[in-house]
Design a binder for this molecule. Structure first.
Ligand code: UD1
Ligand code: CA
Length: 462
């Protein structure tokens, strides 16, 4: 097979989304639309990939800067044919074939693209287009075939006759062209049509006029090639992607109590016998082990949850790691690379930032632990706060193994509580505590005998 160059059209504004964000950057299943397209085409091993940008070009380019792509800027946007013309310097010098994709058709699969490419190469056609059949083809370009079935041209809905509008077979906007043949005709497009645009679709008619072969591959699943033009269509595809993922998880042994209200991104992994309750969101490559229970209203993003973990209601876990058989929540917040050991317990209203907690350590109620290094078998009492920020910089709190931190203590960082020490409840600790010591750092209690009774009596006399 010869060289393949990819061209992704993404210069349009997406007027019907009524958004300041360019259409191809709208998110589907946690990723911009266009990234889905780039990923689907990646395995075809293109020699180069060029994205045609226009509306908010800079914004699209910087959103895609982590991918190795080239860009052509189309300004103004005079149609899909014009977009391919503008990118000519990128594809014309190459050998082989050009695969043209739309940045707004995100669910296209690698297999379908491979099928298109295989047939294109095998048949030696000048162009091969991907079509599908729709119950309601309104708005799409129609594939006009001759008697006998050969493709003659594509006619846009707005330019079609009533008879042509009855054709159910539509152009998906995805095509393969032999570069040498496309280069001969691409500058011959005209904008004499209802939209005064240069249509890429007219290339089909031009090639046929030169008696060149144009093939068609039909995609049987219209969802795979549906483009996004409105927020409604975006939500429709979101639902399709989500249901497919949930179905796969259930087949793999995950219990999903209510698939209609469970949101799991495609790149998330979950082990067997885990249970997801309603309103759970799992995002950004999160891995959940086997036998976990994730209760309602939990969002876990870019995190690792080991086997047998229970996450109780209403927790937020971001970029963190929870060790096996630990329990988190309800209402806990873990973030910034927090690492919790195994069999630990993080309870109600506990926020943990950029900290490590060892195995079997407990912080069960109302705490803020930030930039802390906490060992194993530590008890962090209710209301414990690490005072990690002095107004300029963040400081570290170190709590070694087996420490008992009494309730309502403040630990003013930088500070170290050595192994086995006790902190009396209500202490404000600002100096290191030695191993096995008891630290009491609170003002002493004074009991004034009979004070209250005397006060009552003096009031009565008045
Ligand atoms: C296009 C096809 C139509 C097909 C449909 C499938 C043409 C003329 N028509 O119509 O036959 O049925 O897709 O979805 O091609 N773009 C540019 N520069 C431009 C115009 C568009 O880069 O000047 C990009 C858009 O950003 C988009 C893609 O090309 O990613 C398709 O453009 P769009 O305006 O959505 O074309 P349709 O009217 O949907
Ligand atoms: Ca479109």
């Amino acid at each position: 097979m010869g060289d393949l160059t990819l061209l992704i059209l993404a210069a349009g504004k997406g007027t019907r989304l009524k958004s300041t964000l360019p259409k191809v950057l709208h998110q589907l299943a946690g990723k911009p639309l266009i990234e889905h397209v780039v990923e689907a085409a990646g395995p075809l091993m293109p020699v180069a990939t060029c994205v045609v940008v226009g509306y908010e070009a800079g914004r699209v380019q910087s959103a895609l800067s982590h991918l190795s792509l080239q860009f052509a800027v189309q300004e103004p946007q005079l149609g899909t044919g014009h977009a391919v013309q503008v990118a000519g310097t990128f594809w014309k010098p190459n050998e082989g074939d050009l695969l043209v994709l739309s940045g707004d058709v995100p669910l296209i699969s690698t297999q379908t693209l491979q099928r298109l490419l295989d047939q294109h190469v095998r048949s030696g056609a000048s162009a091969t287009l991907l079509s599908t059949r729709l119950k309601d083809p309104t708005g799409y370009g129609r594939v006009v075939r001759r008697m006998g079935g050969d493709v003659e041209r594509i006619v846009e809905h707005k330019d079609a006759t009533d008879e042509q509008r009855r054709i159910p077979e539509i152009n998906t906007g995805i095509y393969c062209f032999a570069i040498a043949d496309l280069a001969q005709i691409i500058d011959g497009l005209s904008a004499e049509n209802s939209q005064k645009e240069y249509y890429l679709t007219d290339c089909v008619g031009l090639l046929r006029k030169q008696n060149r072969r144009v093939g068609v591959v039909v995609c049987e699943d219209p969802a795979e090639v549906s483009g996004i033009n409105s927020r409604g269509e975006l939500a429709d595809l979101e639902r399709i992607v989500r249901q497919k993922k949930l179905k796969q998880l259930m087949e793999d042994g995950v219990t999903i109590i209510d698939p209609a209200s469970t949101y799991v991104e495609p790149n998330v992994q979950i082990g067997a016998d885990s249970v997801l309750y309603p309103n759970v969101f799992l995002e950004k490559g999160t891995i959940v082990g086997a036998g976990c229970q994730i209760y309602p209203n939990v969002r876990i993003s870019a995190s690792m949850i080991e086997d047998g973990v229970v996450v109780l209601d209403s927790c937020l876990i971001l970029e963190s790691h929870v060790g096996a058989r630990s329990q988190v929540g309800p209402f806990a917040h873990l973030k910034n690379h927090t690492v919790i050991g195994s069999q630990a317990r993080i309870g109600n209203f506990v926020e943990i930032k950029n900290s490590r907690l060892g195995d079997r350590t407990k912080a069960a109620h109302l705490s803020y632990l930030g930039d802390a290094e906490i060992g194993q078998d530590v008890n962090v009492g209710a209301g414990t706060i690490t005072c990690n920020y002095d107004g300029t910089s963040k400081n570290k709190t170190i709590i070694e193994d087996g420490v008992f931190v009494g309730s309502d203590s403040q630990l003013i960082a930088p500070v170290t509580i050595h192994r086995g020490a006790y902190i009396a409840a209500g202490s404000t600790i600002q100096e290191d505590v030695p191993e096995d010591a008891l630290a009491i750092a609170r003002s002493q209690q004074v009991n004034k005998e009979h004070w209250a009774r005397k006060k009552r009596e003096s009031r009565r006399k008045e």
